[in-house]
Design a protein around this ligand. Structure first.
Ligand code: SF4
Length: 386
């Protein structure tokens, strides 16, 4: 769930449970819109504060105590705090709650920042330097902290760009861990990597081509060709990976019906290939498609672009759904229009909106009602047709 959607939940908890507490906040979500969070936080930590060593934490605590902590407290790469960062402090946690998406798993971060620059993504601007945590530290932390949990979830951006990706999977496999991943870039998956993923008990793989046509792939700066995608999914199927999830985006500027139909062609090429040896294999992979509208965020390159209106999103979704379902063998799921629009609108909030939102019971509102409220609060034109 995107951070913007969780904001009303955070606000609710702050308001109900922690009204007397002083809040200091940091992390990726905070860094993408620090102004807004400053409306109910004492200070915002910009940068990689969770990787600091003990001395640096003491200095921060002292600054807070002496009230010399500035509202925006930066740990940017030019700042001395960054130089003290220590990969032994890699964020990791054992999550065992049965309702968690990562239930009974040990979740650990592999990297920060991203070497790519997709037009719709904020990560390259929020974290302007790519950091890969060393394999030895990742393995060490898993062994010391996973407390008997045998399922490890590796998180990060474009995970397969980690220079020690294969070695991490190989080691975890040898140590009998089951491994899951966040989404992987199909163009970074070598045959050996996919075979290691399959051996590690991963029964599914998620790849995010985002667009079908060459024109739109180029526009969003995520140019993973159909051939690369078919090849990666083919290797996955040959390695016994039975479920493939494909993520696409619609509602991208300049997109026409032909660009939507190019998604159908691309998925069709994957299905055709998957059917090729299905009789010999005696199984067909399950293909799931997840489709989102093109979301615009303050720090991504697409910020000035118009978010799609509701009627157009529904029209495009209908066209895509009809052709995909006609092919058979694919499950397709669309993100709700109002949920996506909430994400866009919440990301626009500024410092002056914080207190107003704390007084509203956003936690219980439907996405539709939340969107209407936010359009009023932000005082923007309702071009969304809602
Ligand atoms: S979408 Fe993924 S690959 Fe593209 S910039 Fe963002 S994190 Fe990197």
């Amino acid at each position: 769930m995107p951070a913007e959607i969780l904001i009303p939940k955070f606000i609710h908890i702050f308001d109900e449970k922690l009204s007397d507490a002083k809040i200091y906040a940091g992390g990726f979500a905070i860094n993408s819109n620090p102004d807004f969070f400053l409306s109910f936080c004492e200070a915002i930590f910009i940068g990689y504060f969770d990787a600091l060593d003990e001395d640096a934490y003491k200095e921060i605590a002292m600054a807070i105590k002496d009230k010399t902590c500035p509202p925006y407290f930066s740990s940017s790469i030019d700042n001395t705090f960054y130089k003290k960062s220590n990969s032994k402090n890699i964020p990791s946690t054992a999550i065992i709650h049965k309702e968690s998406i990562f239930k009974e798993s040990f979740v650990i971060e592999m990297n920060r920042g991203c070497p790519f620059n997709c037009r719709f993504c904020e990560i390259p601007s929020v974290t302007n330097k790519v950091i890969y945590h060393p394999a030895s530290d990742i393995i060490d932390i898993i062994e010391k902290k996973s407390a008997g949990i045998k399922r490890v979830v590796l998180i990060g951006t474009a995970l397969a760009t980690h220079p020690e990706f294969d070695s991490i999977i190989k080691t975890l496999h040898q140590k009998n861990y089951e491994i899951s991943f966040s989404s992987l870039r199909a163009d970074m998956l070598k045959e050996e990597t996919i075979s290691l993923i399959a051996k590690s008990n991963a029964h599914n793989i998620t790849v995010s081509p985002e667009a079908g046509s060459v024109k739109i792939k180029k526009y969003i700066n995520k140019n993973i060709t159909t051939e690369t995608l078919v090849n990666a999914t083919d290797i996955a199927i040959n390695n016994n990976i039975k479920r493939i999830k494909l993520c696409y985006i619609i509602g991208i500027p300049t997109e026409t019906d032909d660009d939507i139909l190019a998604i159908v062609d691309e998925v069709g090429a994957i299905i055709k290939n998957a059917k090729k040896n299905a009789k010999i294999r005696k199984w067909m992979p399950i293909i799931n498609m997840s489709v989102n509208p093109y979301i615009t965020k303050p720090l991504s390159a697409n910020f000035q672009e118009q978010f799609i209106d509701k009627n157009t999103y529904e029209k495009k979704s209908k066209l895509l759904k009809k052709h995909i379902l006609n092919m058979g063998g694919i499950q397709i799921k669309f993100l709700s229009y109002y949920e996506a629009l909430s994400e866009v609108l919440l990301s626009k909030l500024k410092k002056e909106h914080g207190q107003l939102l704390i007084n509203k019971d956003l936690y219980n509102l439907s996405y539709k009602k939340l969107c209407k409220l936010l359009i009023n609060v932000l005082d923007i034109e309702n071009t969304f047709n809602i």
